[in-house]
Design a protein around this ligand. Structure first.
Ligand SMILES: [Zn+2]
Length: 271
């Protein structure tokens, strides 16, 4: 009798054990499934929240601190584009000359000369192609182009359309600010290739891209950001924004438009 009970007990325990195992296994299996789906969806959240919180937060606060200190009212951060026109009255009086006879805003002279010297040490002879252009001069060029087109037999409308395609609209070029430089090197100038994106493939083109931020300049119209700037990639057009801003912009692959927006957003959130 007691033996029978014992056998039944053992059988019952064995059954319980098996059931338990199955549950545990299926439980593990479920967990595994969750983990698998985690890796594609939730993993990033976990990684950001748990694995790298310290560095991430530190970087973020460092970045926020920097952005909060940026002074968008400084002339060197002026935004001139399709939507933000420039007038000659906005031009500060201090000017200077670089590369023998190119007029720029005075703040650029020293950084440019330092950059030119550093490039020379790396065997590159930088040469300026274009700097400051006044809005009124651009207006003259623009108006004359329309007159020439009309003299060539075009209607008013046709003449304006033709001009708009080839001549920058007065007020909308960054060159009006005196903060922009079109820059190539002597061999490129000698080859007479003009201002084309292939300039980036040269030693000088790459050097400018890599080092300009150290002197306060950015590649103003970067590759892949055409939808933001509305201007094609221009590896030769650099724009002075100051060293700290330039380093931040270039390291984060931003355009000046995006940088200004980021600063505005950060400073708005702070207040
Ligand atoms: Zn330019």
């Amino acid at each position: 009798m007691s033996k029978k009970i014992l056998v039944s007990l053992i059988a019952a325990m064995a059954l319980l054990f098996v059931i338990n195992r199955v549950e545990v296994m299926s439980g593990e299996h479920d967990k595994k499934n969750v983990k698998v789906s985690d890796s594609s969806t939730k993993k990033t959240t976990t990684a950001t929240n748990v694995t790298k919180p310290v560095t991430k937060t530190k970087e973020n606060s460092k970045e926020t601190d920097f952005l909060n200190k940026v002074d968008l009212s400084l002339y060197e951060l002026i935004l001139v584009n399709e939507r933000h026109a420039f007038s000659d009255e906005q031009l500060p009086e201090e000017t200077g000359i670089i590369d023998s006879n190119y007029q720029v805003h005075a703040d650029l002279v020293e950084p440019y000369n330092e950059m030119k010297k550093a490039a020379e040490e790396d065997g590159i002879n930088l040469r300026v192609v274009s700097t400051y252009r006044s809005v009124s001069y651009q207006q003259q060029v623009y108006d004359q182009s329309i007159i020439d087109n009309k003299n060539a037999g075009m209607s008013d409308e046709e003449a304006k359309k033709e001009t708009a395609e080839y001549v920058a609209e007065p007020g909308k070029s960054e060159h009006h600010t005196g903060l922009a430089i079109d820059l190539v090197d002597q061999p490129w100038l000698d080859a007479g290739k003009g201002l084309i994106p292939e300039f980036y493939d040269t030693k000088a083109g790459k050097w400018i891209d890599e080092h300009c931020a150290d002197y306060g300049f950015i590649i103003r119209f970067p590759k892949g950001k055409e939808s933001v700037t509305k201007i094609n990639y221009e590896p030769w057009h650099i724009r002075f924004v100051g060293v700290e801003n330039a380093k931040f912009i270039m390291a984060n692959h931003l355009t000046l438009e995006e940088f200004v927006e980021l600063v505005e957003k950060t400073q708005k959130e702070k207040n």
